[in-house]
Write a protein that binds this ligand. Structure first.
Ligand SMILES: NC(=O)C1=CN([C@@H]2O[C@H](COP(=O)(O)OP(=O)(O)OC[C@H]3O[C@@H](n4cnc5c(N)ncnc54)[C@H](OP(=O)(O)O)[C@@H]3O)[C@@H](O)[C@H]2O)C=CC1
Ligand SMILES: CC(=O)N[C@@H](CCC(=O)OP(=O)(O)O)C(=O)O
Length: 342
């Protein structure tokens, strides 16, 4: 018998991606799947691509429905995870794709989310320095937001090596699935198709403190992040372009060596060959973060571009990677590095 996994929010985009990975995982067995307003309906009505799970009936999202599993994946709107997790046994692994437990600073949480802080769980980005030791045997894990995943993976090598100044500018494009399945006016097809638009401009996006938190922890000092998200007319994918002042004396060769070293031995972090720049399509369905770096000598800046699939490495794949670690399975089990092209 496999490791029994429940998925809450199974009718949504993140829940669907977790189930897609679990359906092909050698060690997990899918148990209860739950939803909110769609409880009582069949999963196949919402996730018709998950053929092997189509006839599962969605249960209401309650602690009772989620009981009796080895791992519970939560893919629910912000604010739903805290009360639910409090009613789940402490020895059950709970992996939360929502934001509730990502931030260590309660004041940051209240400023950006406008509600009381639920608490802080081990942060589920295994590639960050020292993270794997924390995640092994953890029983509560907070999966990062999709933009902070891309930006933290793009910049931690430079901060860990001490070759950049703590003053980051990020412009990142996301596919529309990043906003979830619930209908939102700015996601109307007629307004998204054929156009790229900025939103959350001026330091107000709630992922900014998450990026700052992660990079400051690596740098060992405060880091300023100016983050501008943009919405691109595609379903999946994030392309984050990160620009940061370089310290004097750093050469292009040294910069490349820092990134090559950071990616060495990392199953999902890849530095592309020189001259090849990451594109979101290369990551679709894969748990990869693809990187490329350049030294802009004229401007005195390091430029790092990172592509991920927001639903794969950015949520569902990252969640399963963390669960693998916490349960003592091979970290890569059930996760592919093979994207699609063109
Ligand atoms: N989309 C993405 O790229 C990423 C998402 N995340 C996070 O994952 C979580 C889920 O996001 P996403 O899948 O995109 O959102 P969706 O809107 O696509 O799905 C939300 C899911 O939660 C269920 N739900 C909604 N309200 C309630 C409720 N009150 N009680 C119980 N269940 C409820 C929905 O059920 P029903 O169908 O019945 O309404 C649905 O299954 C969020 O916290 C999000 O921030 C994190 C990183 C990236
Ligand atoms: C395109 C789009 O709208 N993206 C979402 C981020 C999705 C994500 O990772 O968010 P959580 O923090 O909600 O888990 C946004 O900008 O709000």
């Amino acid at each position: 018998m496999g490791i029994r996994a429940a998925v809450a929010g199974a009718s949504g985009y993140a829940g669907g991606e977790i189930l897609r990975v679990l359906a092909g995982h050698p060690d997990f067995e899918v148990g209860t799947v739950t939803a909110g307003s769609n409880a009582g309906t069949e999963l196949g009505a919402h996730q018709p691509h998950l053929l092997s799970l189509a006839d599962r009936v969605l249960a209401p999202t309650t602690p009772d429905a989620l009981a009796g599993h080895d791992v519970v994946f939560l893919a629910l709107p912000h604010g739903q995870s805290g009360p639910l997790a409090a009613d789940l046994p402490a020895d059950v692994l709970v992996v939360d794709c929502g934001a509730d437990f990502r931030l260590g600073d309660a004041a940051d949480w209240e400023k950006f989310y406008g509600s009381p802080h639920a608490g802080t769980w081990p942060y589920g980005l295994p590639e960050l320095p020292g993270r794997r030791d924390v995640l092994r045997d953890a029983r509560r894990i907070a999966v990062p937001g999709c933009y902070p995943t891309a930006v933290s993976l793009a910049l931690f090598p430079a901060f860990a090596a001490g070759i950049v100044e703590p003053d980051v500018v990020v412009v990142a494009a996301s596919g529309t699935s990043g906003a979830g399945r619930a209908a939102k006016p700015h996601l109307l097809g007629s307004e998204v198709m054929g156009s790229v638009s900025a939103y959350g401009v001026g330091g107000v996006h709630r992922h900014t403190p998450e990026m700052t938190q992660n990079l400051a922890a690596v740098a060992g000092r405060p880091v300023r992040v100016s983050f501008t998200p943009t919405l691109a007319p595609m379903s999946r994918g994030i392309l984050a372009t990160c620009v940061v002042p370089v310290r004097p004396g750093v050469t292009a060769a040294a910069l490349r060596a820092v990134y090559a070293d950071a990616c060495d031995g990392e199953p999902f972090l890849h530095l592309l060959p020189e001259g090849r720049w990451p594109a979101t399509a290369m990551t679709l369905g894969a748990n990869t973060a693809l990187l490329q770096v350049a030294l802009d000598e004229t401007a005195g800046r390091v430029v790092v571009v990172c592509a991920i699939d927001n639903l794969a490495k950015g949520t569902g794949g990252g969640a399963v990677q963390c669960a693998n670690l916490a349960l003592g399975l091979p970290e890569t089990a059930g996760l592919t590095t093979i994207g699609v092209s063109p």
